[in-house]
Design a protein around this ligand. Structure first.
Ligand code: AMP
Length: 400
């Protein structure tokens, strides 16, 4: 069933609690990259332009002891948000109590308030009590009491049951998705539940063990699953091929065999690889077909595989990509990842969905991000969504 979204709500004069993802990289109080704050702006602007009082909650990093708190304050985030919105933003340096309640009660329609890092609640009087990340029922109830409606726009934490997402939602009459969350549900949820065919998944990255749930689920939904990256060679080993010194998970070879048997020709492995003598960009390297020779490790898919993958992709109507095709951090082994990213940018008739930090970095580096249908904002959350799991943060959003 479709989920309630922020545009379904009557926001005028309402105290709108908003769970956003402001988990930005931060060092010595300086924000490294404000993409996540920028990404949250459309929903925040919508709320204030419709007369809501925006009360923003987010986690920032991991708070495990009192000493972690000063470096993980939300104050610099509130300042950056104020610059981006070009209007004052009230920062409240606490997560509960009179000061917070007074500040909220003092808001006018269209004002914006940022509360301190929700994970400050994980440490109380020096003890690691995990009130936020353990979804303490009293905390969710308390935060819910501060607002009239709840908007959850933090997809990155949707796979977790925390007080600031699930806890608040379970104490609120109405919880709606923000625009970012809505887009994740539409594209990733859409691909998993109701894809337009042909549906092709491209899965890469280092390990089979990290992606096994995704491979399994997508084999039952997709028409083809293209495999690249380090996990290829565990599949090679399962087929009895030579893998040289390539990355392999020995304890996953049997599992890889089972997957190969089950998948038949749905699962497509690279037919050639770029192999190197060492895990080093400057090492001697060459391209080989099939087996990986002794003394070499495979670090990228080869040109024939790229061509073969493109042939499968060109008729696709839905494409999901997660994980690099090789060690793309090193320029000599980046081609597979970059060529696949570039090719996705040319597929104007397909829904193209990219998840995971490395594949996202690749399409951004290539400048093709705006030619794709959707770039997921959540790493762990998008993987679990692709595995077909119910994400508690999404399940807690009201149905329309
Ligand atoms: P993941 O976090 O599982 O998506 O894996 C990403 C990492 O896998 C990147 O840092 C890549 O460098 C690495 N990777 C991709 N292909 C290979 C390969 N053939 N051998 C070793 N590492 C690889």
């Amino acid at each position: 069933m479709a989920k309630l979204t922020v545009s379904d709500l009557d926001l005028k004069g309402k105290k709108v609690l908003m769970r956003v993802d402001f988990n930005v990289p931060i060092k010595d109080g300086v924000i490294g990259n404000d993409n996540r704050i920028v990404a949250a702006l459309p929903t925040i602007k919508y709320v204030i332009e419709h007369g809501g009082k925006a009360i923003l909650l987010s986690h920032l990093g991991r708070v495990k002891k009192e000493d972690d708190k000063p470096g993980l304050s939300m104050r610099p985030v509130a300042e950056r948000l104020s610059n981006l919105l070009n209007k004052p933003v009230t920062f409240v340096p606490t997560t509960e109590g009179q000061q917070l309640e007074d500040a909220i009660n003092g808001l006018s329609d269209g004002d914006v308030l940022v509360m301190e890092n929700t994970r400050y609640e994980d440490v109380k009087n020096g003890e690691y009590v995990k009130r936020e990340s353990g979804n303490d029922p009293e905390l969710g109830k308390y935060w819910a009491s501060l607002g009239d409606v709840f908007v959850n726009d933090a997809f990155g934490t949707a796979h977790r049951s925390h007080a600031s997402n699930v806890g608040i939602a379970s104490n609120m009459a109405q919880t709606a998705a923000g625009f970012l969350m809505e887009k994740e549900i539409k594209f990733i949820g859409g691909a998993v539940d109701n894809p337009e065919h042909p549906f092709v998944a491209i899965l890469g990255g280092a390990k089979v063990s990290d992606k096994i749930g995704v491979i399994d689920n997508l084999l039952s939904k997709a028409d083809k699953v293209l495999i690249g990256g380090g996990m290829t060679y565990t599949f090679y080993a399962a087929k009895g091929m030579k893998i040289g010194n390539s990355l392999v998970e020995k304890d996953k070879i049997d599992l890889a065999k089972e997957i190969l048997d089950k998948a038949g020709d749905k699962l497509v492995l690279p037919v050639d690889s770029v192999v190197a003598e060492k895990f080093d960009n400057d090492a001697a390297h060459k391209t080989v077909d099939g087996d990986i020779p002794d003394g070499y490790m495979a670090l990228d898919i080869g040109p024939k595989s790229i061509k073969e993958f493109e042939d499968v992709l060109k008729t696709a109507k839905t494409v999901v990509w997660n994980g690099p095709m090789g060690v793309f951090e090193m320029s000599n082994y980046a081609e597979g990842t970059l060529e696949i990213g570039k090719f996705l940018g040319t597929l104007s008739d397909a829904k193209t969905i990219v998840g995971g930090g490395d594949s996202t970095a690749a399409v951004q580096q290539l400048g093709v991000a705006d030619k794709l249908s959707h770039i997921s904002t959540g790493g762990g959350a998008s993987l679990e969504y692709l595995e077909g799991k119910t994400l508690p943060g999404i399940a807690a959003i009201s149905d329309k």
